[in-house]
Design a protein around this ligand. Structure first.
Ligand code: TYD
Length: 226
């Protein structure tokens, strides 16, 4: 039997920002708050999110693959994403679920388009061809300072918590991350209806409160104590 289709499509919420800007902490906190409200959310991430995508992720983030060309990197990001949309994101939205996704095409526009200097046009064209131009309902761009974020990401990866090498992007220099940050702000200005810039320099609790308020409004939920 085909999966039951809900009359209400779910909402697709993406989180963006520099490495170490605290996205995963905030995604987990938001999911916990939504669960308290009896709104279950699916958490996923890119690159990755599917079995094939996680293999592509390993390839992309392993610092042993230093020779990977910018275009190959771009193609792999989209390969992971195309699979992710088909296998995870679209089915969850069709079932009426809320999908919280750690990074999506804005990351490609910022890192490959800006950081690697491939430009936005090719990223947006590939997004149309390979992703059916799927747009998030809401994108939370966690705005943080380059030095603090990257240092945090490097520390985390050095501590080897995940047990795999995910350092390839953290090896990049300040100029790279400054281009990434600039590209993020440019796309946020262009897509101001979708992308909300959240100052992520405060405590995790402060940032969480701001995010909950944004999501509450987006989902048309009544005000509740958090
Ligand atoms: P992520 O695990 O979210 O890193 P962090 O937790 O440090 O923010 O993402 C892995 C890396 O992949 C990150 O350095 C950004 C990079 N990336 C791109 O360059 N392009 C993309 O399209 C995506 C999704 C990620």
């Amino acid at each position: 039997m085909p999966p039951a289709r809900h009359s209400h499509r779910g909402k697709f919420i993406t989180f963006e920002g520099l490495d170490g800007s605290g996205k995963s902490t905030q995604i987990n906190r938001l999911a916990a708050t939504l669960a308290q409200w009896k709104i279950p959310a699916a958490i996923t991430r890119e690159p990755g999110g599917t079995a094939t995508g996680e293999k592509i992720r390993r390839l992309l983030l392993d610092s042993a693959n230093a020779e990977l060309s910018p275009l190959a990197e771009l193609a792999l990001m989209f390969a992971s994403r195309a699979q992710h949309i088909r296998e995870v994101i679209e089915p969850a939205l069709a079932e009426g679920r809320i999908v919280l996704c750690d990074r999506f095409t804005d990351s490609t526009e910022a890192y490959q388009g800006g950081g690697r200097k491939l430009g936005s046009a090719s990223v947006l064209a590939l997004h149309r061809i390979l992703c059916g131009d799927l747009q998030p309902d809401l994108t939370i761009l966690m705005d943080s300072d380059i030095a603090a974020s990257v240092e945090r990401a490097r520390r985390r990866n050095r501590s080897g918590k995940s047990g795999v090498d995910e350092n390839r992007f953290e090896q990049e220099n300040r100029a790279f991350f400054s281009r990434v940050r600039h590209a993020y702000h440019a796309l946020a200005a262009r897509d101001a209806d979708r992308v909300v810039v959240v100052n992520a320099r405060g405590t995790p609790a402060q940032t969480h409160r701001k995010i909950v308020e944004l999501v509450r409004r987006k989902l048309n939920l009544p005000h509740r104590a958090t």
